[in-house]
Design a protein around this ligand. Structure first.
Ligand SMILES: [Zn+2]
Length: 357
């Protein structure tokens, strides 16, 4: 007998539903497309049908403990409604949690997608066995989540962890949030594209203009490929990226003093291109980091897969990674890559469903 919960990742493009046992085994995963244009009622009906299919199937083997739903946007934790979501138009002011609870007659937890991704990495991923961790997701923008004592830190009303909008440059480029010089204007996929466009416009990067004309999907990944081939303008962009990511992390480390900071999202994989500058800023700007830095930072120049493999073997060996402590037993600040990819949110949502808040 293994009790289980259901995690849902309700994105603007994909709707993914997974049954996960309470000891962290994935029982089954369903992927549907999110038909946002048909309205929230249609999307919620499809989601509830899938949840009921899975819960019915696995109720023969264990008790269904509830469902956790990760959604992009700002959530009102009290009412279980989405206050604002760029990816789910039409969902604002729709009673998401109440509607799902009514249909399923089960406990439902609604969470921000970055928060559940952080909880997933803490439960089963890079920070397995570590109670206090922040996860910084580097994608189109920057998402974030803080887990303290194995629980999501929500702040007053669920808005904690907005790492992407921490100011890293007072007079920097304007951000959609109304501020200037936000971290996500420098350390995200869209920031890489912006810096590349600026370099093309100023005539500094003929290599970009050439690559852009022959590559219809010219974007952050193309700039990364140029950088690892030694293209100087591309390398400069990743130095800037690493520098501002380092400033952001230095601030987080000074304020939070957590055991681990996990970098996730697609652009995090460009580790070898940005990590040297990131660590340089950390050492220079955070007294807490300087006092707790591991004797050896993860080696740069290594492809991220190698860094990952090292982490997984460390995680598999014991519940606490050996790199968290030195031989004298002093605890160290670890910066590392996420392990679960886009499944982090599914696992975290399933976990959130069974946590007593
Ligand atoms: Zn901002």
């Amino acid at each position: 007998m293994s009790d289980f919960s259901i995690g849902v990742d309700l994105g603007g493009t994909n709707l993914r539903i997974a049954a996960v046992s309470s000891d962290g085994q994935l029982l089954e995963k369903i992927t549907l497309s999110t038909k946002v244009a048909l309205g929230p009622n249609h999307v919620i009906t499809e989601m509830c049908d899938a949840i009921q299919r899975l819960s019915g199937k696995y109720e023969e083997t264990g008790k269904f403990l509830g469902a956790g739903i990760g959604v992009p946007g700002i959530i009102d934790m009290q009412t279980g409604m989405l206050r604002k979501s760029a990816n789910l138009p039409g969902f604002e002011d729709y009673p998401v949690r109440a509607e799902i609870e009514r249909r399923l007659r089960a406990r439902v937890v609604l969470e921000n997608d970055a928060n559940v991704a952080a909880l997933g990495e803490q439960w089963l991923g890079a920070a397995r066995g570590i109670a206090n961790v922040a996860v910084v997701t580097l994608g189109t923008g920057i998402g974030g989540g803080i887990v303290i004592g194995g629980k999501i830190w929500h702040g007053m009303n669920g808005m904690a962890g907005e790492f992407g909008h921490v100011t890293v440059e007072p007079e920097g480029p304007p951000c959609g949030c109304g501020n200037r010089g936000c971290a996500e204007r420098y350390a995200s996929a869209s920031a890489i594209v912006r810096m590349a466009q600026e370099a093309i416009a100023s005539g500094e990067a003929p290599s970009f203009a050439q690559a852009a004309s022959s590559d219809a999907e010219f974007g952050a990944k193309s700039i990364y490929n140029l950088a690892i081939q030694g293209d100087e303008p591309a390398r400069r962009i990743f130095r800037t990226f690493g520098r501002y990511l380092g400033i952001l992390l230095a601030d987080l480390i000074n304020v939070l003093n957590l055991d681990m900071y996990v970098l996730g999202g697609g652009v995090a994989n460009a580790w070898d291109a940005y990590a040297p500058n990131m660590f340089e800023e950390l050492r220079a700007r955070s007294l807490v980091y300087a006092a707790t830095a591991p004797p050896q930072e993860p080696v740069w120049g290594q492809p991220p897969s190698a860094v990952r493999a090292e982490r997984s073997s460390a995680a598999a060996g014991s519940s606490t990674s050996p790199s968290l402590r030195t031989q004298t037993g002093a605890r160290k600040t670890v910066i590392t890559l996420a392990l679960l990819g886009s499944d982090a949110g599914l696992y975290g949502a399933a976990r959130a469903a069974v946590m007593v808040s």
